[in-house]
Design a protein around this ligand. Structure first.
Ligand code: DGL
Length: 283
């Protein structure tokens, strides 16, 4: 007599300093609809973008280890800052495959840009690391990297359509465009090098000249995760999903204010978040 058992679903751990990585989770859900997702927002220690490499690496390694302790078979760093500053440290500490978002972002820009001149908007730490300049150059792109340190706190407050945010964005873009002009770049693509920024896509569209393509790495990262999982851990048909719907089970963890995470996170994820567990990762 044979018994049939349903294999465990693939477990995917996703983390960011806050809500921003939910833009990546949102893209992952239809790509791998029957996976079990574990999302951590390290909200107590946000923002990562103003911190040193050593601090970001420590925070990011602790986040990855927490996700692994929940059984993650694969970890997605849904944070550009941690991907730029700590990818090697996270890979060295983890026992499962780890994917960052910088390379996939640069690949999307390379596929989209006709002029080969790209503006990257990112946190101060990501800009200072020049991870995007290197990744873009490897694809034959010239880039201007513009730090936008005020955007993450505004987004974490939910001010995604506020006149204050609109004005801050206008000033950043004006400065970046002046820099691009001085360097003789003909920008046709804006790459959102922070996973929080897709939440400002509508404001960006309003503020940028027509004909500029706005990209983020969420979609290309989700596709890469699916491809890599297919190679390393064959996925069942149900996990691959062809119809764009998702029955994925998601578990949410935050290191601060779970009520705020539930309320704002549901808005950013585009589906209700019912339960968020408070986690203490230390200081
Ligand atoms: N969402 C993160 C990123 O993609 C970082 C935001 C922050 O904590 O500064 O860079």
């Amino acid at each position: 007599m044979t018994t049939s058992t349903t294999p465990d679903p693939v477990r995917i751990g996703v983390f960011d300093s806050g809500f921003g990585g939910l833009t990546v989770l949102r893209a992952l859900l239809p790509q791998i609809p029957a996976a079990e997702f574990f999302y951590l927002g390290d909200t107590a220690r946000l923002p990562y973008g103003s911190k040193s490499q050593a601090t970001v690496a420590r925070y990011a390694v602790e986040s990855a280890q927490l996700l692994e302790s929940y059984g993650a078979d694969y970890i997605v760093i849904a944070c550009n800052t941690a991907s730029a500053l700590a990818l090697d440290a996270i890979r060295a500490a983890a026992h499962v495959p780890v994917l960052g978002v910088i390379e996939t972002g640069a690949e999307s820009a390379a596929a989209a840009s006709a002029t080969r001149d790209v503006l990257v908007l990112a946190t101060q730490a990501t800009v200072d690391s020049h991870a995007y300049a290197r990744a873009c150059a490897a694809h034959g792109l010239r880039s201007i990297e513009k730090a936008c340190p005020l955007l993450v706190p505004l987004i974490e407050e939910g001010w995604i359509d506020s006149p204050v945010t609109r004005e801050v964005l206008r000033i950043y873009l004006e400065q970046a465009q002046a820099e691009a002009q001085a360097a003789g770049l003909a920008l046709d693509t804006v790459l959102l090098g922070c996973t929080h920024y897709p939440l400002l896509r509508a404001l960006l569209q309003e503020a940028l000249p027509k004909g500029i393509t706005i990209l983020d790495s969420a979609e290309s990262t989700a596709q890469r995760v699916r491809q890599e999982l297919e190679q390393t851990k064959p996925l069942r048909a149900a996990e691959l999903g062809e119809n764009g719907t998702s029955s994925a089970v998601c578990h949410f963890f935050a290191t601060d204010s779970v009520d705020k995470f539930r309320a704002l996170g549901s808005r950013f994820l585009g589906r209700p978040i019912e339960k968020v567990e408070l986690i203490d990762l230390g200081g």
